[in-house]
Design a protein around this ligand. Structure first.
Ligand code: ATP
Length: 514
């Protein structure tokens, strides 16, 4: 990671702690690796993101319903889904540093470095050719760049094939041939590559003899598949229809070092869309487009997103893409969209012995539906929103301010209300405004320190509006409302506050942009 990216990421993590967004779990015991707690503001932001997703997916679609399945599931579920046999990551240890890595990630990072070289060449050429520069042509003809691309392609193809064949010896050989070193110490003294299952096991039952081995679910999707027929029948759902769910998932990640990007306990927001076999291409494109629109509706910058279509597909998929976001450490997967065919339902049919088919009245025939999945990590979305919002702004008077420009619809606190001074009846009026607004919005009262300081605190906290009650308020029932992003201040009537705030924080205002 380049140093300024590194610094920016460190700022994100410390700001998240300082302003009550994210704490390390069990911090007083020195924390637990890759486990985090959401604090007073973080819990609100997370709830608002979840709600923004739920409204877009469930409330706005008359053919999508939501469920809340249990974290524990019958253990055969994970046999059927393939997780017991195949939910593995290839791990490798460095014998000198004793650090553990994912072998595939070491190789992918190596390729990312080559990509960075390509970018450098492009920038250089851009400078040299000025307006006459044609990027596409340059990339496809410049011998050095073409060579770089070929190298990446060869490496990734070989890795993909070896992983597919479970040829872990070749994965290690590749690491050695590329002379990949431990990123922390530079040592090339590697162990062999081994497979490591990512599911957490636990036991159900009181006595050791009768206890049943269970897993904590590694994804929420299977809770939807096993309930497919129950929901379809009781909800009288007609294909195409979707089942959505949000909830915790658990993965014993080999390397989890990027704050809430990769956690061992995290939350997913998933939707499985059941369709007629043969229509999967068109639905894949539909959901790709719809999900990207959802992201863009939050106004976090079109350039910060890109699709990454998978060439190497999971055994259950016939098409897959990731929506990648530009995190402080570069473009990384934020959401996956997968065309899962009829793999899961067929597997559950086979393992349970129960029919999981849909009777299509129009066709007068039964079939196993195909499935399109959209799957986004809530914590990753939180990190995307939070890291993108945090900025240092130079102000006209040569000072700077730290501001968290969260999309107003997601901000934990919508408005902070201040009395200008702590006397003359101003606190009473301010508190009355809090009483009136709290039915509609999460609001906050603050009377400590000078108003300028209170503004700065709310800027750093991401609060879109500050409302100040002063002596004129007592005369004419108006207040000053200050906007976080523009810092513009306006005099408005108390009775108009609700309308003004609602116009900017209302879900409808944001989702309509989709
Ligand atoms: P990655 O390649 O980053 O490990 P994945 O492809 O295994 O992710 P999926 O199984 O497709 O991820 O899960 C869907 C979504 O769940 C991901 O896009 C991501 O947002 C989220 N997710 C997966 N693993 C984690 C994790 N360990 N911590 C936080 N979020 C996660």
């Amino acid at each position: 990671m380049a140093t300024n990216q590194d610094d920016q990421f460190k700022k994100v993590i410390s700001h998240a702690k300082e302003y009550g967004y994210v704490f390390q779990s069990s911090e007083i015991y020195d924390g637990l690796s890759a486990v985090y707690d959401y604090a007073q503001n973080g819990a609100e932001l997370k709830k608002n993101i979840r709600d923004y997703w739920w409204r877009a997916m469930v409330q706005m679609h008359d053919n999508i319903v939501g469920i809340d399945a249990a974290i524990f599931m019958h253990p055969t579920t994970w046999k059927a889904s393939g997780h017991v046999d195949a939910f593995n990551d290839p791990l490798i240890d460095n014998k000198d540093s004793k650090k553990r890595y994912r072998a595939d990630v070491l190789i992918e990072d190596y390729c990312a470095k080559i990509e960075a070289k390509i970018e450098k060449e492009v920038k250089k050429a851009e400078k040299r050719f000025g307006d006459a520069f044609n990027k596409d042509e340059f990339i496809s003809t410049n011998p050095r760049v073409v060579g770089y691309y070929e190298k990446i392609e060869n490496i990734l193809t070989r890795m993909g094939k070896s992983l597919e064949k479970e040829d872990l010896t070749d994965v290690k050989a590749l690491i050695e041939e590329l002379e990949i070193a431990d990123p922390l110490t530079g040592s090339r003294n590697w162990t062999d590559v081994k497979q490591f299952n990512l599911m957490f096991g636990t036991k159900l039952g009181a006595s050791a003899e009768t206890a049943m081995d269970l897993y904590l679910r590694p994804e929420t999707a299977q809770g939807i598949f096993v309930n497919f027929l129950n929901v379809q029948k009781t909800g009288r759902m007609k294909i195409p229809f979707g089942i959505a769910q949000t909830g915790k998932a658990f993965r014993n990640e080999i390397v989890a070092r990027q704050f809430i990007f990769r956690m061992r306990e995290f939350e997913q927001m998933e939707m499985q869309f059941f369709i007629k076999p043969g229509t999967q291409k068109e639905w894949f494109n539909h959901w790709k487009e719809t999900r990207m629109k959802w992201h863009l509706s939050l106004g976090m910058g079109e350039d910060n997103y890109r699709f990454h279509d998978h060439e190497k597909l999971a055994h259950y998929a016939d098409a897959a893409t990731d929506i990648e976001f530009k995190f402080p450490f570069g473009f990384k997967e934020l959401e996956g969209i997968h065309s899962r065919t009829d793999f899961d339902l067929k597997q559950h049919e086979e393992f349970s012995g129960k029919k999981l088919q849909y009777f299509d009245h129009e066709e007068n025939a039964s079939y196993t539906p195909y499935v399109l999945e959209t799957s986004i990590g809530l914590d990753r979305m939180f990190l995307a929103v939070f890291s993108n919002a945090l900025m240092e702004e130079e102000l006209e008077n040569n000072t700077t301010r730290t501001v968290l420009k969260l999309p107003a619809v997601l901000a934990p606190v919508k408005a902070a209300i201040f009395p200008l001074v702590k006397k003359d009846g101003l606190p009473e009026v301010a508190k009355q405004i809090v009483e009136d607004l709290k039915w509609d919005f999460n609001v906050f009262y603050d009377e400590k320190d000078a108003v300028g300081k209170r503004y700065r605190r709310q800027d750093a906290n991401g609060t879109p509006f500050c409302i100040t009650v002063d002596h004129d308020t007592l005369e004419d029932k108006t207040v000053t409302i200050r906007h976080r992003d523009t810092m513009e201040q306006k005099r408005v009537k108390i009775e108009d506050l609700k309308r003004i705030i609602k116009a900017e924080v209302d879900v409808k205002h944001w989702l309509q942009k989709m």
